[in-house]
Design a protein around this ligand. Structure first.
Ligand code: PMP
Ligand code: GLN
Length: 410
């Protein structure tokens, strides 16, 4: 196939033509081909809790979920999601009308945007953004309006550095956010903890976003899939907890990150009934339903005692510290990661300026794969020198990666 018919019309439509192959597939294939350590695509290299895996096996054996589950998700999972939101954040949702189970957060994002946007609507999103945002806004016929997160000066904030020694973090410029909203803006698409920068929006930043949304009567879609991966003194605060937000906010969660089963693709939204009904209207024609037996397993996982979530977070924080130290040793500038699986670095101290070229050469130079943050930007120049490394890997793998990367410094 050449991508053209005999009439020379391209097969792929204009809305998707610019997107190419997702960077995650490209970089994971590169890792396989070169035998490199894959710190690109964010997935853990060990599975989540044994009892959760067993819960999936039990569901499968007992014939729970082997046929189409109910459209909104199995009742056990919907109840577990609402109990989780209540227990952790004091947010109460009705499991029948205010929850929708999706095929991962990816489908939740797609369905929300397809349902809530008219062609031409503007979506204000934090740049760099997770790659599916841009594609889904395009599929919905919307227009994305990026607000760029930029590294701060770092001065006077040493106490916030956590265990990594990294001083600077990416910050949201609230004036820029305000200026990005026009009469055509339909929704704000927010992500905290933020992939790829590792920034966690502060209470003040979230309060300002909430005020703006209320003042301009905007819908908000907030991707909180890393809600349990928040480190040091950072705190995850769901946008839906801010005044005036519950009724206008679609909150997205996912079991993939929280329980280290990214292949199960169980995600969800919580929102007011009208928003859930709208998103369901799109979702029913995407997958209809998915992940039957895994839904039962995730229901059990969400009810795990607090100790699971704390131990998981502490383990991931130790991994962050290990990789951050290795990257600093290898000569990168390391930005402070307060949440997620990822560390963003600046390659300029290594004498490099082009993250794409750097990541393409890295397997050859050091046997490691990373992601060039520029793919997550419309303003490619703003993202050019930044490169993302995932630390959701075994300690030995991170140590080996660090020792390989050290050769860059010599
Ligand atoms: N949102 C963000 C910010 C992500 O990083 C990811 C993927 N890791 C997703 C959504 C997709 O999540 P899922 O695997 O549940 O579809
Ligand atoms: N969210 C993961 C990341 O940012 C990858 C998910 C995917 O491959 N689509 O690395």
């Amino acid at each position: 196939m050449t991508g053209m018919t005999s009439s020379t019309r391209p097969l792929l439509n204009r809305r998707l033509a610019g997107f190419g192959t997702t960077i995650f597939a490209e970089m994971s294939a590169l890792a396989l081909r070169t035998g490199s350590i894959n710190l690109g695509q964010g997935f853990p290299d060990t599975d989540g809790p044994e009892e959760v895996r067993e819960a999936a096996v039990r569901a499968l054996r007992e014939g729970r979920g082997n046929q189409y589950p109910p459209g909104p998700g199995v009742p056990e999972l919907r109840a577990a999601i609402t109990a989780h939101q209540e227990r952790r954040y004091g947010l109460s949702y009705d499991p029948d009308s205010e929850v929708l189970v999706t095929a991962g957060a990816t489908e939740a994002i797609a369905a929300a945007l397809l349902a809530l946007l008219e062609p031409g609507d503007e979506v204000v999103a934090l740049e760099p953004y997770y790659d599916s945002y841009a594609a889904c806004i395009a599929m919905a016929g919307g227009r994305r309006v990026p607000v760029t997160l930029r590294p701060d000066a770092g001065a006077g904030e040493a106490g916030e550095a956590g265990g990594t020694g990294a001083e600077r973090r990416f910050r949201l410029d609230l004036d820029e956010l305000r200026d990005a909203v026009t009469d055509r803006t339909r929704l704000l698409l927010i992500n905290t903890p933020h992939n790829p920068t590792g920034t966690v929006l502060t209470r003040a930043e979230l309060a300002a976003i909430a005020e703006l949304a209320v003042e301009r009567d905007l819908l908000v879609v907030t991707d909180e899939v890393y809600e349990h991966l928040v480190f040091d003194d950072a705190e995850h605060l769901p946008l839906a907890t801010f005044p005036g937000m519950r009724e206008r906010t679609v909150t997205i969660g996912s079991a993939g990150k929280t329980f280290s089963f990214t292949g199960w693709k169980v995600g969800w939204i919580t929102a007011a009934p009208g928003l859930v009904a709208a998103v369901r209207a799109a979702k029913q024609f995407l997958t209809y339903v998915s992940s039957g037996p895994f839904q039962y397993a995730v229901a059990e996982a969400l009810a795990l005692p607090d100790g699971y979530f704390t131990a998981f977070r502490d383990d991931m924080r130790a991994k962050r510290d290990l990789l951050a130290a290795g990257l600093a040793d290898a000569g990168f500038e390391v930005f402070r990661t307060a949440g997620t699986y990822f560390i963003t670095t600046d390659i300029r101290p290594l004498g490099e300026t082009d993250g794409f070229a750097f990541c393409r050469a890295l397997p050859e130079r050091a046997g490691v794969v990373a992601i060039p943050n520029a793919v997550f930007y419309d303003h490619r120049d703003a993202g050019a020198p930044f490169v993302r490394f995932a630390f959701c890997k075994r300690k030995g793998v991170l140590e080996e990666a660090a020792s390989r990367l050290k050769t860059l410094a010599t």
